[in-house]
Design a protein around this ligand. Structure first.
Ligand code: UN1
Length: 520
C-alpha cells in the first residue's frame, strides 16, 4: 500500500502522528496529557500508523465529570431536537464514508467494501435513531381505582459506558452512542486498544456537529489501558449502564463487576454460529452464504459462520465445492478492490488460529483445506493466513469454543432433529441459519424448540444483520440486545406514574386503612 495514500487518509480525518486519547467531543475540548503512548499498527503492513497518548486516571476523571455536567443540560433538550443532532452526525458520516471506511480497513484489515459497509451501518443507525427520537413511547394503562390515571414514561438514564472490540470499531459505537444520544444520555467510549485511531476519527468527524449544538461532553472518548480506564469505568457508580462487546471471558468480568454495584450491563459476547444445510436446499445459495459468513472479515465477526451442520447425503459434494471456492479467494491487501480476505488483526490472532488448527487435529479432526500462515508479497509483516475447512465433530472441545479466525468446522447429520440438537449444543447463542426449501424444516428451526440463538435466519447466512432488528444473543453471548427494534429501552429508565384527580384516596387491592371511627 502506498505511503502517501495512507497519509492522505489520515490527513483527511485529522489524525496526527500522535493523538490525544481523551476528548469530550469538540476540537477545542481535548485534554492534553502526558500518558504513555499507544501505537496503532496496521495488520495490513505490520507497520505503525500513528500513536495515541493514553488517558491517565485524571483524564478519565475530567472526562467523566464533564460528561456528568453535560448530561444535566442535555437531558432537558427535547428528544426530537436530539434527533436533529443525530441526523447531522449521520450526514457528517455520509460525507466521510470512503475516508473512514479506508481507515477502518487500514486499522482492522477488513476489505474496503466491508470498511465502507461498516460506515453505512453507522449511517443507517443514525437514520433509525432520528425516527426513534419521536417514538420513545411509553404505555398508558387503566387504573383499578376511580378518578385515577396511570401511565409510564421513559427518562434518560445518564452516562453510558461503551466498550467495544477491534472488529467493528465504528458501527458498534454508533449502535450504542446514537441510540443513547436520542434517549438523552451522554456516552463515554472506550475503544479497543487495537483500533484507537478509528475512534479518534469518529470524534473528529462529529466535532463540528458537537460545536454547532454546543453539546461538548455528550460524546466522550477515553483511550487507555484496562487497569486505568476499563476497570475504573466498570466500577464507576456515575455510569448506570455499561455496554460491552467482546469475548465471553471479558463479558463475565463486566457482568460481575457492574452487577456488584447493581448497575446495568448490556453484553454482546462470543458466538459459535452455525448454518444447517438440508438435503433439499439451494446449494449454490448455501455455498455463497457460507463463503461470506466464514471468510468475510477473515472470520473475525462475532456473527461469523463457524460451523456447517450438513445432511450427510450432500456433505462431500458441498465440501468439494467449498474447497474449490476457497481456492479462488484472493487474500492480501484489503485496500485492493479484488481482495476478498485481508489479514487477521495481529500476530497473536494468527498464533491463536494455528493453535486451534493444531488442537482440532489432536482432537480427531481432518483439515480439509488451509489453516496455514501466509506470506503476501510486499506485505511480509502483515498477519495473513489461509482460511480453513475442517471436518470435525460438534463435541470436540475446540469446536465448542469461539476462535476468532476463519476456521469452518463441517459436521454431518442424518435427521433434522439431530441437526437441531447439534446446532444448539454449544455454550454460545448469537446467530444461526438454515438453508432449506422445506417449510417444515424452516418452521421447526424458527419454533421455540428450534434455534436457541438471538438471531435465526432462513436462506440467509449468519453474519451481516441489518440494523433494524435487535442484535444480540443468548447463553454465553450475554443476553444483550443493541441496535434496532426496541433495544433503546435499556438506555432509559422507566417510570410508572399514577395520578389521582378525585377527592378521595382509595387504596389499591381494595385495602381499607382508615383511622377507626372516622366518618367516611
Ligand atoms: C460484531 O461482529 O460484533 O451482523 C458485529 C453483522 C454485523 C455486526 C457484527 N452487522 O455481522
Amino acid at each position: 500500500m502506498e505511503k502517501h495514500h495512507i497519509e492522505s487518509i489520515l490527513k483527511d480525518l485529522d489524525i496526527q502522528s500522535v493523538n490525544y486519547g481523551a476528548t469530550t467531543g469538540t476540537t477545542w475540548g481535548r485534554i492534553h496529557t502526558l500518558g504513555k503512548e499507544l501505537v496503532s499498527y496496521s495488520p495490513v503492513t505490520g507497520q505503525p500508523i500513528a500513536g495515541v497518548v493514553q488517558a491517565q486516571a485524571h483524564d478519565y476523571e475530567a472526562v467523566v465529570s464533564k460528561a456528568g455536567a453535560a448530561f444535566e443540560k442535555y437531558r432537558m433538550m427535547p428528544a426530537p431536537r436530539r434527533g436533529e443532532i443525530v441526523r447531522e452526525i449521520g450526514n457528517a458520516l455520509r460525507e466521510k464514508k470512503q475516508r473512514l471506511g479506508a481507515l477502518i480497513s487500514l486499522e482492522t484489515g477488513k476489505i474496503r467494501a466491508e470498511g465502507e459497509g461498516e460506515v453505512q451501518e453507522m449511517i443507517d443507525i443514525a437514520d433509525f435513531a432520528v425516527g426513534l427520537s419521536r417514538q420513545l413511547y411509553g404505555l398508558t394503562m387503566h387504573s383499578e381505582r376511580p378518578f385515577h390515571r396511570m401511565y409510564e414514561q421513559w427518562h434518560p438514564l445518564g452516562i453510558v459506558g461503551i466498550i467495544t472490540a477491534f472488529n467493528f470499531p465504528a458501527a458498534v459505537w454508533s449502535w450504542n452512542a446514537l441510540v443513547a444520544a436520542v434517549c438523552g444520555d451522554v456516552v463515554v467510549f472506550k475503544p479497543s486498544s487495537k483500533t484507537p485511531l478509528t475512534a479518534i476519527a469518529i470524534q473528529n468527524i462529529i466535532a463540528p456537529v458537537v460545536d454547532k449544538y454546543d453539546i461538548d461532553g455528550v460524546f466522550n472518548l477515553v483511550i487507555g489501558n484496562r487497569a486505568v480506564v476499563g476497570d475504573t469505568l466498570l466500577q464507576d457508580r456515575r455510569i448506570p449502564l455499561v455496554s460491552a462487546t467482546g469475548s465471553t471471558a471479558m463479558g463475565k468480568k463486566v457482568a460481575t463487576t457492574v452487577a456488584a454495584r447493581l448497575g446495568r450491563s448490556l453484553l454482546e459476547l462470543g458466538g459459535n454460529n452455525a448454518i444447517i444445510v438440508t438435503e433439499d436446499c439451494d446449494m449454490n445459495m448455501a455455498l455463497r452464504a457460507t463463503l461470506f459468513g466464514a471468510v468475510g472479515t477473515a472470520g473475525q465477526r462475532c456473527t461469523s459462520t463457524r460451523r456447517i451442520i450438513i445432511h450427510n447425503s450432500i456433505k462431500d459434494r458441498f465440501v468439494q465445492q467449498l474447497v474449490n471456492a476457497y481456492g479462488q479467494i484472493r487474500i492480501g491487501d484489503p485496500m485492493d478492490p479484488y481482495t476478498l480476505m485481508g489479514p487477521l488483526i495481529d500476530d497473536t490472532a494468527k498464533q491463536v488460529m494455528m493453535q486451534a488448527i493444531e488442537a482440532a487435529r489432536d482432537q480427531g479432526a481432518t483439515i480439509v483445506y488451509g489453516g496455514t500462515a501466509l506470506t503476501v508479497e510486499g506485505l511480509e509483516n502483515g498477519s495473513y493466513v489461509t482460511p480453513a475447512i475442517v471436518e470435525a465433530e460438534n463435541h470436540y472441545p475446540i469446536v465448542q469454543e469461539e476462535t476468532f479466525a476463519p476456521i469452518l468446522y463441517i459436521i454431518g447429520y442424518d435427521t433434522f432433529d439431530q441437526a437441531l440438537a447439534l446446532h444448539n449444543d454449544v455454550p454460545q447463542g448469537l446467530s444461526s441459519a438454515v438453508f432449506t426449501s422445506s417449510m417444515k424444516y424452516q418452521e421447526q428451526f424458527l419454533s421455540h424448540r428450534g434455534s436457541d440463538c438471538g438471531i435465526a435466519n432462513v436462506n440467509i447466512g449468519t453474519s451481516g444483520a441489518e440494523i433494524g432488528g435487535a442484535f444480540g444473543g443468548e447463553k454465553e453471548t450475554g443476553g444483550g440486545r443493541e441496535s434496532g427494534s426496541d433495544a433503546w429501552r435499556i438506555y432509559m429508565r422507566r417510570q410508572t406514574n399514577t395520578i389521582n384527580w378525585g377527592d378521595d384516596l382509595p387504596l389499591a387491592q381494595g385495602i381499607v386503612f382508615d383511622i377507626k371511627g372516622e366518618e367516611k
